[in-house]
Design a protein around this ligand. Structure first.
Ligand code: GTP
Ligand code: MG
Length: 598
């Protein structure tokens, strides 16, 4: 239905704010979930959103109607007739109106809208009291809110063209209501005042309905049609053409001219325009004009009502495409996933090497001094895995990224995961994703499955980087240093004993008198030194070896913890975070759809 068609229009009000927020919610749901939602439903929803965005704009609860046209056509006179009071100045001097004036119907606050429109002069129409005929200089039942300027305007009596407000022209005569109507009396469009034209053009950009007011002299003016009417045709707003001052014409001429004007408008490209003949002197056509404005107001509200229903329909249609709730990824059991990834990363192999490495190092520091050289034959277990360069560093992945680690340390020599380990990872991943997306419609579960980063080799690569980036060694234990000193002392004591014996043997060889050898009890001191040095040294070595086993177990636990954390980071990066992103998108989509339909 055209909003300016005559007839009854009863509608419930849907505020522009409500419509706007529902539209936003539906469009947000499309942004977050269009790929997973039903494609047909998505297409419908897109069309509804587009329509609602185009339709609502910023005008809020109001329908903005502008009276525009050439100077002297009677815009201000029509404005006063519609408002029912001498608000706008009507003058003999052309052009008269230089700044727009607004007439407001209804209680809804239009100040924001009028500020946006840049209209300072405002007049609230009192719809409670039926407007009485207004005599010049005596405004009727109306209230003016504009203070100074407006008061001035009202104080000036209209000299000519008394508003025709009598004859049942109050709102009571209108089917429907004018509440929400914002009527603007604009400056002329064609005078020598460029400012007027600019101001009229600026406001015309923003209105919902144009009423082109023209008169018998100017209705066919080619320049007006070229410059003004064709400008109207470029806008989506509803256009209504008024041939004012019809009292100057015979009834036949009125008919001919309105038909003529209709044709001209079609030629201008304003195909939908309705032409109405009016006179502010006789009141002809004013009730019709008012009725059409009432219909425009109702049509505006009706269109919002319809758009709201469309949005709810589209959102409800899409709603089965999302679940009722979504899992929290952080709470989904992940032990199996982490364990399978740890195996794939070769963590058990690395831990064995760590323990062996500890024992080997411990032996190098705490073993019997004269047996230590044997360690040179034992291969370094971490070096064999090319993990020896991580030792003693802080966990590298904390400070530099994986690519740097790789550049610095190369690839490890941990054996590649076996086929069964790889399939265990796959199984655990699927299990995890299934658990995380339980209860979601298939496309979302599929999206979660697809989100997991399974790129050829990237997971294995990241696991390897994580292991390389993990510090596998720790500070040497203090007891190693203590035992080391002891071992050196014992070794040197034993050596000194031997040297002593060598000296004594030298004396005997040269048949020199043997120097006195001190003794401990019945045993000579050098013998005691050798025996104690060797036996205690070996004993301490054996004891240390046993203690190193305990230490190695502890080191293994510490490193296992670090590796678990590193592997968990890989799981987060490749599996948990991508899945969580899908779930978050699902949540957003669900909430937006609920808000749009709620
Ligand atoms: N005969 C007749 N004269 C009218 C009618 N409407 C307005 N006039 C007269 O036409 C002249 C111009 O009226 P305005 O209402 O000031 O015209 P406007 O379009 O607001 O002019 P600007 O403000 O200059 O753009 C005045 O002298 C009015 O009395 C009408 O219906 N019939
Ligand atoms: Mg005027």
């Amino acid at each position: 239905m055209s909003p300016i068609r005559m007839g009854r229009a009863t509608v419930k009000t849907v505020s522009a704010a409500e419509l706007g927020s529902r539209t936003t919610e539906l469009s947000m749901a499309l942004v977050s979930g269009a790929d997973e939602l039903d494609p047909t439903g998505v297409a419908v929803a897109r069309r509804v959103v587009d329509k609602a965005v185009e339709r609502s704009g910023i005008t809020g609860d109001h329908t903005v109607v502008a009276l525009a046209g050439a100077t002297g056509s009677g815009k201000s006179s029509l404005f006063n007739a519609l408002v029912g009071a001498d608000v706008a100045t009507i003058g003999a001097r052309r052009p008269t109106t230089s700044r727009p004036t607004a007439g407001l119907w209804g209680d809804s606050d239009a100040s924001e809208l009028l500020d946006w429109l840049g209209v300072a002069a405002r007049h609230v129409v009192d719809t409670q009291v039926p407007p009485a005929p207004v005599t010049p200089g005596k405004p009727g039942a109306s209230a003016t809110t504009d203070g100074g300027e407006q008061a001035d305007r009202c104080a000036k009596p209209a000299k000519v063209g008394r508003p025709a407000t009598s004859g049942g022209l109050g709102d009571g005569a209108v089917v429907g209501s004018l509440d929400g109507l914002v009527l603007l009396d604009l400056p002329d469009f064609d005078s020598r005042e460029l400012e007027h034209r600019r101001e009229a053009e600026r406001v015309l950009e923003l209105v919902d309905v144009f009423v082109w007011v023209t008169d018998p002299q100017k209705y066919a003016d080619a320049r007006l049609h070229d410059e003004f009417v064709s400008l109207l045709s470029q806008h989506d707003a509803v256009t209504l053409a008024v041939l004012n001052q019809s009292d100057r014409l015979s009834p036949d001429a009125v008919k001919t001219l309105t038909q003529d004007l209709s044709k001209l408008l079609v030629a201008d490209g304003v195909t939908d325009a309705k032409v109405l003949a009016t006179s502010t002197v006789t009141g002809q056509g004013i009730p019709e004009l008012k009725q059409r404005l009432a219909n425009a107001v109702a049509g505006h509200a009706a269109s919002r009502q319809r758009l709201k229903a469309d949005i709810i329909g589209a959102a409800t249609r899409l709603r089965p495409g999302v679940g009722d709730t979504e899992a929290e990824v952080g709470r989904v059991p992940r032990d199996e996933l982490d364990a399978s990834l740890a195996r794939a990363a070769g963590v058990p192999i690395v831990l064995d090497a760590v323990a062996r490495d500890y024992r080997r190092e411990a032996f190098a520091h705490t073993g019997w001094l004269f047996a230590r050289w044997t360690k040179g034959f034992a291969a370094d277990p971490l070096r064999r895995l090319r993990l020896d360069r991580t030792g003693g560093r802080p966990p590298i992945h904390v400070e530099i990224d994986g690519a740097d680690v790789r550049a610095l340390l190369g690839r490890s020599s941990i054996p590649a995961p076996t086929a069964s380990t790889v399939s265990a990872v796959d199984l655990a991943t699927r299990g995890f994703v299934r658990e995380a997306s339980a209860g979601l419609p298939v496309p979302w579960a599929q999206a979660a499955e697809d989100a997991v980063d399974r790129g050829e080799g990237t997971l294995t690569d990241s696991l390897d980087r994580a292991v390389i980036g993990t510090s596998l060694r720790a500070r040497r234990p203090v007891w190693w240093f203590v035992v080391n000193i002891l071992q050196w002392v014992l070794g040197l004591v034993a050596l000194a004993g031997l040297v002593w014996y060598a000296v004594l043997w030298g004396f005997a060889l040269l048949q020199l008198p043997r120097p006195e050898t001190p003794s401990v009890g019945i045993l000579p001191l050098p013998l005691v030194m050798v025996v104690v040095g060797v036996i205690v040294g070996i004993g301490l070595g054996v004891l240390s070896r046993w203690w190193a086993r305990v230490g190695a177990r502890h080191r293994r636990t510490v490193v296992a913890q670090r590796l678990t954390e590193s592997v968990a980071t890989v799981a987060d990066e490749h599996i948990l975070i991508p899945v969580d992103e899908v779930l978050m998108r699902h949540r957003e989509t669900r909430e937006h759809l609920e808000a749009a339909a709620g």
